[in-house]
Design a protein around this ligand. Structure first.
Ligand code: GLV
Ligand code: MN
Ligand code: MN
Length: 414
């Protein structure tokens, strides 16, 4: 392995921090359940803030609860180079989705301190609130507000399934910060993340140089049928909202298959009412998640869904209200920042290839206001959003070193 540089992170310290962070919300199956704005989220934030302060950073929390830990630049009037990800997880999440990007960003600061390297631009480690969108939809809502994709009131008024409001929960955990959300210049944004798919591991490639992120559309469907007794109600008289939902799930899956090989189509959440085993369900709430690397294909998937849902509802004797709650188009990352990621991998003698992101990331929103790029590292079996999510320490180190190179190159050594 060729290595043109001695600029490197402390891989053991990075791994220790990842493992320490993974104890907060650790599950019996080796994963993490740290839903956004829960007490566990607060604990992970407290630990992150303590570590950032120990590394000499100053902390800012904005009104959406995102945390920015700043290391001064030698020209501190310059806009910051931002680097980060998220600490919230899915309910059956893993140790690395998000946490890798935040811990690697912190490790980058610690390493610059150790190496006594000063940068011209300040560097800010960003920890975005509610990337996952699991407890509060949509995903990436805080970075979305930061870049002006959503009004702040919209972000703060999201509710979870129990009707709890984002803004209230943020206050409850003590992270409703005073700083305005966004509205300031950011020189560049970098995010390291696990690939969450199988490509890098299968090819034995160290690093993914992310050029694009898929477009996404999320929908909510409210289906109404008629609740009635499971025994005396003849099959022909039923208006079964769950059967209607099942047919829609099948149709969503078929839309995904119809746009092979790159489409993804998922119904991830279903709530049937009254959810009693001898009542025909009268109401169902269902979610749909569509993704594609081409906007026109995503638009075709959208058109098919809009055509099929009323048809299926009518055939099932029900009504269905379909609402698109989230849409972002395909994102192209900044060629200069992507080039710095590629060059970092080259200098470190790491194998690398271009890749696009199937998942959403805060980097996708940040790309609207700042030159942005992402670094991917493999994950075992391509598995993520699963407690079994796993990576090797050397993969984390390789990704963090590429991140360090790209960030230092962008921030400039003073
Ligand atoms: C975020 O994890 C996503 O859904 O892509
Ligand atoms: Mn993530
Ligand atoms: Mn995720």
């Amino acid at each position: 392995m060729r290595k043109d540089t001695n600029l490197a992170v402390d891989g053991a310290r990075l791994w220790d921090s990842l493992m320490e962070m993974a104890k907060i919300g650790a599950t019996a199956k080796g994963g993490v359940n740290r839903l956004t704005l829960t007490d566990l989220d607060r604990q992970s934030r407290d630990l992150f803030v303590t570590w950032c302060k120990d590394a000499g950073c100053t902390i800012t929390v904005d009104r959406m609860g995102s945390i920015f830990a700043r290391r001064k630049g030698t020209d501190d009037s310059l806009p910051p180079v931002m680097v980060g990800s998220h600490l919230d997880t899915q309910p059956t999440g893993g140790k690395f989705d998000g946490a890798l990007g935040v811990m690697a960003a912190l490790e980058l600061i610690r390493s610059l301190n150790d190496l006594d390297i000063k940068t011209r631009h300040p560097i800010e480690v960003a920890m975005w609130t509610n990337e996952e969108g699991s407890r509060f939809a949509p995903a990436m809502v805080a970075s979305g507000v930061f870049v002006g994709a959503f009004p702040e009131d919209y972000g703060l008024s999201r509710t979870d399934v129990d009707g709890k409001r984002f803004g209230e929960e943020l206050k409850r955990i003590g992270y409703a910060g005073p700083a305005p959300v966004g509205g300031r210049e950011v020189a560049a944004f970098f995010e390291l993340h696990i690939e969450q798919g199988p490509i890098l591991e299968e090819a034995g490639t160290d690093v993914g140089v992310v050029t694009h992120a898929n477009g996404q559309r999320w929908y909510e469907i409210d289906i109404t049928g008629v609740e009635s007794h499971a025994g005396p109600t003849p099959m022909a008289r039923r208006k079964d909202a769950l059967l209607c939902a099942a047919r829609i799930v099948e149709a969503v899956n078929a839309i995904g298959w119809g746009h092979e090989p790159h489409a993804c189509a998922t119904c991830g959440m279903i709530l049937a009412q009254p959810n009693s085993r001898n009542v025909i369900p009268g109401k169902v709430f269902l979610t749909v998640d569509f993704r594609h690397p081409e906007d026109d294909r995503l638009a075709s998937m959208d058109a098919e869904l809009r055509r099929l849902v009323p048809e299926i509802a009518a055939r099932s004797g029900c009504t269905a209200e379909l609402e698109q709650i989230f849409h972002f188009p395909v994102t192209t990352f900044d060629p200069a920042c992507v080039g710095r990621v590629r060059e970092g991998a080259r200098q470190l003698g790491l194998s690398h290839r271009e890749i696009h992101s199937g998942a959403g990331h805060d980097a996708v929103y940040m790309a609207r206001v700042a030159p942005t790029a992402m670094v991917f590292v493999p994950c075992v079996g391509g598995i993520s959003h699963n407690e079994a999510e796993d990576i090797k320490p050397e993969w984390a180190t390789a990704g963090a070193n590429v991140l360090l190179h790209a960030v230092v190159e962008t921030a400039g050594v003073a």
